[in-house]
Design a protein around this ligand. Structure first.
Ligand code: M6R
Length: 610
């Protein structure tokens, strides 16, 4: 989830680009760079870390020119370093990129066989080579870019310039955002509106499969095959603060709505359907048939992901899994040997309890590995020398309440389960293909859940004054009941408890009366009937019932006061869908109660103390 800015006009490009990048820093911040073309020569400045480091470099070594591109990076391929920072230049062609090139290994190998050498570990540099191969033969830049795009598979927003043709910028998009800003005698490109709001209010969002040639005089949009496309120009009246949140009121709301693309990014490049294999880049688990047990250690929402992961890994790969609160793990003298794998789950990669847990596990001889969202974070580095890291590609999560990090963790755990199942021979090819097909349906199914926001707001209005809430679920949806309760507690300050629906009769049933709203998850699957009869027990005591059920369930309305329907999917994937209404209910209750949703009291985004 990197940030891109480009400028072509008659003013100095660097200041405009760097200011634009500053407004996109929320998209990534492990390195940044600019490339400016002047007098047929490209000059690049790059720096690791936040944008202020690039500011320093530019102060010491300024660059001048009226055509340029810039980038702020959230690393996917290649660790954060100056070499891996964008822009990447090859033979006068400079490229910045947001996304993941899926077939990069194959393309890189082809280019190496042609005698090309690489300066970075990124997938992006491949695009610069592919274009340069063509322009070196005398092909014009537009045709060269089209030929390169025809070879690339994956998600991309590219912005490209050439020192031989300094009268244009070229951009192309598939699954990563690009917006073009229109000026007078100057034009702009960026991955998001905030970068350009200071200069223009006229924008055109490029669609997937489209490219644009941007000159000082105008913008020409076509498909990647060259078919002309009429630009749909939109005038935006957002304030800069609104723009940073993409028009959403809070980062949390924006991040809830980013889940379809974050999940697609987490799956992208990892699934090979032909032989039903999952490719775990960055992991070196060795011979997984020797693993006889897994322990998952995590905190908060990541712990809830671990609880769902237990169902996935045990169900698909048949490896026994224990899930530990990371803060408890090392104080219980855990029994660990070399056949034990310890998996840390952490969005930030900086949670002190989780870090301490894997350090302890490593000392005891376990293979440690992580599902993590932040590249090169402390937990990621700790695992690199052992079993490696599987990165979720959720992009930076700013809201303190974790949303897209959670659903991408679930996706990563599901992929891990399929990988382990295939490698250990517990999962047949045909079944694995079915599971992976179901997983690929999730982004679009989440869109369907998100489209019910209006109904969820009505529910939030009805119950936002309640003092307590109960959340109930069973099986893989029991951790979602815990997560729903945690979301509500942390942002609305309303007391909420998550329980296994079957456990309710052993205690919490005493709390139920007409003032207590209960959110129950009763989706189709092995736990449906039992859960419904548990929820009937709530209804019989006059409790208010909000039930999350599966589309097509016509009977459930008789039990519930409110019903929210989610699409049908594999029971182990179901939690990735059922948590979304939980997030939106918590969000809207908190918003109606006027709490500080993105920075709730007493909480920090990453808890770096024990
Ligand atoms: O960065 P981590 O995933 O390790 O963080 C773990 C918890 O601190 C975190 O999930 C916390 O519970 C969130 N506020 C939940 O929304």
């Amino acid at each position: 989830m990197c940030g891109i800015v480009g400028y072509i006009g008659d003013e100095e490009a660097t200041g405009i680009i760097v200011e634009g990048l500053r407004r996109l820093e929320y998209r990534g911040y492990d390195s940044a760079g600019v490339a400016v073309v002047r007098d047929g020569k490209t000059t690049i400045r790059r720096a690791v870390g936040k944008l202020k480091n690039l500011d320093k470099v530019l102060l010491e070594q300024p660059v001048h020119g009226t055509l340029g591109i810039g980038h702020t990076r959230w690393a996917t391929h290649g660790r954060p370093s100056e070499q891996n920072a964008h822009p990447h230049e090859v033979d006068g062609i400079t490229v910045v990129h947001n996304g993941i090139i899926e077939n990069y290994l194959q393309l890189r190998q082809n280019l190496v066989e042609q005698g090309r050498t690489f300066k970075s570990e990124t997938d992006t540099e491949i695009m610069a080579h592919l274009v340069a191969v063509e322009t070196n033969k005398g092909t014009d830049l537009i045709t060269a870019v089209k030929k390169a795009l025809a070879q690339v598979r994956g998600a991309y927003a590219f912005l490209i310039q050439s020192e031989k043709e300094p009268d244009k910028l070229i951009t192309a998009k598939n699954a990563s955002p690009i917006v073009i800003g229109y000026g007078e005698g100057r034009n702009y490109v960026a991955s998001d509106i905030p970068a350009l709001l200071e200069h223009t209010r006229k924008f055109c969002f490029l669609k997937d499969g489209q490219m644009a040639v941007i000159t000082r005089e105008g913008v020409k949009i076509t498909t990647e095959d060259g078919e002309p496309v009429e630009a749909a120009i939109r005038v935006v009246d957002w304030s800069p603060v609104m723009a940073e949140k993409g028009g959403h009121k809070h980062f949390m709301h924006k991040e809830i709505f980013e889940q379809p693309s974050a999940i697609a990014d987490t799956i992208r490049g990892r699934v090979r359907m032909e032989d039903a294999q999952v490719h775990l880049d960055g992991m070196s688990l060795g011979d997984v048939t020797k693993l006889n047990r897994l322990i998952i250690a995590a905190c908060g929402t990541s712990y809830h992901a671990g609880l769902v992961g237990k169902f996935m890994i045990e169900g698909i790969a048949r490896i026994p899994v224990e899930v530990d609160l990371a803060g408890e793990f090392r104080y219980r003298s855990p029994v660990i040997d070399e056949a034990t794998g310890v998996l840390a789950i952490s969005q930030s990669g900086e949670t002190a309890d989780t870090l301490a847990a894997i350090k302890e596990a490593k000392t005891l001889g376990a293979t440690v590995f992580a599902v993590c969202n932040v590249i090169e974070s402390s937990i990621a580095r700790e695992c690199m020398e052992s079993g490696g890291v599987m990165y979720t590609h959720a992009g930076p999560e700013i809201g303190v309440a974790s949303t897209k990090a959670f659903t991408t963790q679930l996706v990563a755990l599901y992929l891990l389960a399929v990988y382990l199942g295939r490698a250990r021979g517990t999962l047949e090819k045909a079944r694995a293909q079915e599971l992976l097909t179901h997983l690929r349906e999730v982004p679009q199914q989440i869109e369907r859940v998100l489209s019910q926001e209006a109904a969820l707001i009505t529910i939030a209005r009805r119950y936002h004054k309640a003092r307590d809430f109960l959340y109930l679920g069973r099986g893989p949806n029991y951790p979602i009941a815990l997560e729903g309760a945690l979301k509500l507690k942390e942002i609305s300050y309303i007391h909420a408890e998550g329980y296994s629906a079957g456990e309710m009769k052993h205690g919490p049933i005493a709390l139920i009366d007409e003032h207590l709203p209960t959110v129950g998850i009763a989706t189709q699957g092995p736990f449906y009937e039992k859960t419904v009869s548990n929820l009937e027990e709530v209804k019989a005591r006059d409790g208010k019932l909000i039930i999350i059920a599966t589309e097509g369930d016509s009977k459930i309305a008789a039990t519930a006061d409110d019903v929210v329907l989610v699409p049908a999917n594999d029971p182990l994937i179901d939690p990735i869908l059922t948590v979304v209404p939980m997030q939106l209910i918590a969000y809207h209750i908190a918003d109606l109660n006027g709490t500080d949703v993105d920075q709730p009291r007493n909480l920090a985004k990453s808890v770096t103390v024990e």
